[in-house]
Design a protein around this ligand. Structure first.
Ligand SMILES: [Zn+2]
Length: 386
């Protein structure tokens, strides 16, 4: 690829199916080559987003991610291969995208997006596409894009549902906080470890984000600015809701309470029903103490409250099993005077179960903090993680 503005014969050939479209043409394709797009997250959404932007001829892609590829990512994060498990997602992504289009210039931001770099990072690009999977990052990207005065292509996924929109509050459109002013309180959204997400949904939502980004860069069509596309993939319905800018928005409203990126605005815990620390401490046991009790002479009941499919992936030998949802019906089968150590994947469901059991008179019910995932990391590395 030359440094001058005109496309080479190879590029004219490569992008000929774009160029034949009157809405794109040679001029549009050259515009894409000059474009700089930042993609946050190389996961389920970042995969189709970056693949289509690189394939489509966007000249410079900034990639931001700090995570490593894990086996359970491969069900939906199509950038990454089996061989990349254990490696940095950003390296895996760069390798794949270079193989796809060596004419696409990649800028790698290995620390991901943070409070300290967000505004400066986004300012270096024409627009930002958010493929993050958590609330703190989503709010951080929304706010930083506003302060950097760059359009944001938003996408999110949950189970079989997705959302896509374009936020550009600096030109008068609504922002994410116009819809959802604050990070949700813990307990008001479903527990992260229980949620699940359908893999192909990421392709639908991420490809739509890529489409919106390309349209914005080309200046064609009608964008999702001021509209929220809802993807109900399970029922194949795609309603579009009209969004209004909220004059009382804490970020882009007339009297904003958010004037910069302050740490307190981006805190969120996945754990539901968080109780005061002291009460919680009495109801939790660490994995090493739990193991010692489990292997002692008068071993307690070790109770797995995960779903059946999770137990098939891995379980602690010698444990019994009652899924959390069946606990109310089956609790009476448990010995009332014995110590019951409850465990789940990460320790959130088991804490709920321990509280429930105590309310039912099982005074020695206790939750194993960290769950089987921490057990697999620190006690039994041969155990399959998910
Ligand atoms: Zn707003």
């Amino acid at each position: 690829m030359g440094n001058d503005n005109s496309l080479s014969p190879e590029e004219l050939s490569r992008y000929s199916r774009h160029i034949r479209l009157p809405q794109v043409g040679v001029e549009g394709q050259e515009r894409l080559r000059r474009a700089r797009v930042l993609v946050i997250g190389m996961g389920g959404l970042g995969s189709p987003v970056s693949l289509y932007l690189a394939a489509g001829g966007v000249g410079t892609l900034g990639l931001a991610d700090f995570d490593k590829v894990e086996e359970h990512n491969l069900q939906r994060q199509v950038l990454h291969t089996q061989a990349a498990v254990g490696h940095a997602k950003i390296d895996s992504a760069a390798e794949r995208l270079r193989a796809l289009n060596r004419g696409c210039n990649l800028e790698l931001h290995r620390g991901g997006i943070t409070l300290d770099n967000a505004v400066e990072l986004i300012s270096q690009y024409d627009l930002v596409v958010d493929g993050s999977d958590n609330f703190p990052t989503r709010y951080l990207v929304n706010d930083a894009a506003y302060f950097a005065r760059r359009p944001l292509v938003y996408g999110s996924i949950f189970q079989f549902e997705g959302q896509v929109s374009v936020f550009d509050p600096h030109t008068g459109g609504p922002c994410y906080r116009c819809l959802f002013p604050q990070i949700p309180e813990p307990g008001t959204v479903p527990n992260c470890e229980q949620a699940g997400v359908f893999g192909a949904l990421c392709g639908i939502v991420g490809s739509h984000q890529a489409m919106e980004a390309l349209k914005l860069l080309l200046g064609i069509g009608e964008s999702l600015r001021g509209r929220l596309l809802v993807v109900d993939a399970l029922n194949a319905r795609f309603p579009t809701l009209n969004l209004k800018k909220d004059p009382h928005c804490p970020l882009c409203g007339s009297e904003p309470s958010i004037s910069g990126l302050h740490p307190g605005n981006y805190e969120f815990s996945c754990e539901t029903d968080k109780e005061p620390q002291t009460e919680e401490a009495q109801m939790e046991i660490d994995i090493h103490t739990a193991q010692a009790r489990h292997t002692s002479g008068d071993a307690p009941v070790l109770l797995d409250v995960r779903e059946g499919f999770e137990r098939e992936i891995c379980h602690i030998p010698g444990s019994s099993h009652i899924p959390l949802g069946q606990l109310p019906a089956q609790a009476d089968a448990l010995p009332r005077d014995a110590e019951i150590i409850v465990y789940c994947h990460h320790g959130a469901r088991s804490l709920r179960a321990a509280k429930f059991l105590r309310e039912r008179g099982f005074d020695k019910a206790i939750s194993m903090a960290g769950g089987i995932d921490q057990w697999a990391r620190e006690i039994d590395p041969s155990m399959t993680r998910y």
